[in-house]
Design a binder for this molecule. Structure first.
Ligand code: GLC
Length: 472
């Protein structure tokens, strides 16, 4: 078997080969370099995919690539984003971009979803952009970049878009289906935990990046209020463990008014059969989604791990999530860390939720496939919670197959034993994720670039809210 250092070096060479140049400046990485299949849009640089590459570049002293990426994507934010003459919100960041050549010159074209399959809105891009900008500043100390007027303007445009008044009674962010890594119809519209965790982390990032002054003072107040209510809402209503499950199981429906215990009118009959067996005695997780008479009991990996990394969950809940992963290892890690969500939707539910999507058949792709990129999120969460042995175990599993299988995008099957049916080979975030997981384990200091401690700034808010709740 090839040694770890051989694998990491192979990955690093592949990562360097995936770099996209704009003129002579490196500005990103392509999504995949698989010469055997049609590129579709995998020859583009995706904002969400690049975050994994970017963190590796920051670690390896190539902050220039990240800086260029941040500058170029910021410029794209103000470019035309129209579909059928409809203008998208100004703060929106593209899902991906590409370098094009025309009459001997080069220019960047972006896709804000108007070209993407299913015309999905990339809500997560602007959130990732803020998280990455903060990581760049932490890694390089170059706060001046974030303080430049164009950057401040870009941050404010994102904040305006995310914090705008809407028809909504919850502090969580309402999004259409396929607004993030799961960028196809999968029943993840509404208030998916994947977006809420990124929203929370990005607000915390923005708070650190705003230049002191008049506008900052106003925005800090708005951000703090949102952070505290969002934090309260997620901890209070999304958390699931055996105790909570018992409560929901005995819920009464149709409660009106302030006294209601079952605030969202969740009917016990909507609890899927698998949950009661699957929920471990110790530990728990955040539900996938919550709305009127709707609780999605599926476990979503990125949302849960990002909640641990950003301290959206309490210290105890974070440990609970790691406990769950440890006890449901075969289901969630199996032969390739790790599953994007659990379990898969099947039969009629698959027909209704995915619209009969042949790529998202049960235990494949977004519908319960195993994605190697998620290895680094697991490593970061393990490092944060002091559960390092879990991360090492997962890395060892990935090592056995990733390089041999030519760094696939995803794996299929209940335990991720088969290379995904339509999976790309040499998928950049699989490659970068492997390096990053190893780096995070060997040098814990890198964790602080991407993680957040319990928020003391808004503790006061929480305290007041709880008092209010108790007195009502
Ligand atoms: C697929 C994935 C998406 C990813 C893109 C590029 O569309 O669903 O999450 O960003 O490929 O790798």
């Amino acid at each position: 078997m090839r040694t770890k250092s051989y694998l990491v070096e192979e990955a690093w060479k592949l990562l360097e080969d995936s770099v996209v140049y704009f003129g002579d400046r490196p500005v990103g990485t392509v999504a995949a370099c698989d010469p055997t299949v049609e590129a579709l849009n995998y020859d583009q640089c995706f904002v969400r995919d690049f975050v994994s590459s970017a963190l590796v570049f920051l670690i390896r002293g190539r902050s220039d690539v990240v800086r260029n990426f941040l500058i170029e994507t910021l410029a794209l934010q103000s470019s035309d984003k129209q579909m059928d003459c409809f203008n998208a919100g100004r703060g929106l960041m593209p899902a991906s971009f590409k370098v094009k050549t025309w009459e001997g010159g080069q220019y960047l074209t972006a896709d804000f979803g108007e070209h993407a399959i299913g015309r999905v809105t990339p809500v997560d891009s602007c959130l990732w952009w803020l998280i990455l900008l903060r990581a760049y500043v932490k890694a390089t100390g170059d706060i001046d970049l974030a303080h430049q007027p164009e950057f401040q303007q870009g941050i404010l445009l994102i904040l305006k878009l995310c914090l705008a008044d809407r028809f909504d009674m919850y502090p969580t962010m309402l999004v259409p289906d396929g607004a993030f890594m799961i960028d196809r119809r999968m029943g993840v519209d509404g208030h998916p935990i994947e977006i809420q965790a990124l929203f929370y982390a990005s607000l915390r990032a923005a708070r650190e990046l705003l230049l002191p002054g008049y506008k900052r003072d106003i925005y800090i107040q708005i951000i703090n209020q949102r952070l505290s209510t969002l934090n309260y809402h997620i901890r209070q209503y999304y958390w699931l463990d055996l105790r909570r499950l018992n409560e929901i199981y005995r819920y009464r429906g149709e409660e009106f008014g302030e006294e209601a215990i079952n605030k969202f009118n969740i009917y016990p009959d909507s609890i899927p059969e698998w949950v009661a067996d699957w929920m471990p005695e110790r530990g728990g997780y955040l539900a996938g989604n919550l709305g009127p008479a709707r609780m999605d009991f599926r476990f979503f990996t990125l949302g849960n791990l990002m909640s641990v990394i950003s301290s959206l969950t309490t210290v105890q809940e974070s440990q609970g999530i790691m406990d769950l992963i440890e006890q449901r290892w075969q289901d969630l890690v199996g032969y390739m860390p790790m599953k994007i969500c659990y379990p898969a939707v099947v039969d009629l539910e698959w027909r209704i939720l995915t619209g009969c999507d042949p790529k998202n058949v049960p235990w494949s792709y977004h519908n319960g496939g195993n994605w190697p990129v998620l290895l680094w999120f697991l490593a970061a969460a393990a490092q944060k919670t002091g559960r390092q042995e879990m991360a090492w175990r997962a890395i060892e599993i990935a090592e056995r197959r990733l390089s041999e299988d030519a760094w696939p995008e995803y794996y299929d099957g209940r335990n991720g034993r088969l290379v995904g049916k339509a999976s790309r080979k040499y998928q950049t975030w699989s490659i970068a994720g492997f390096i990053l997981a190893n780096e995070l384990m060997e040098n814990p200091k890198y964790l602080s670039w991407i993680s957040f401690d319990e928020d003391t700034e808004m503790q006061e808010w929480l305290y007041r809210l709880k008092e209010l709740e108790a007195s009502s």
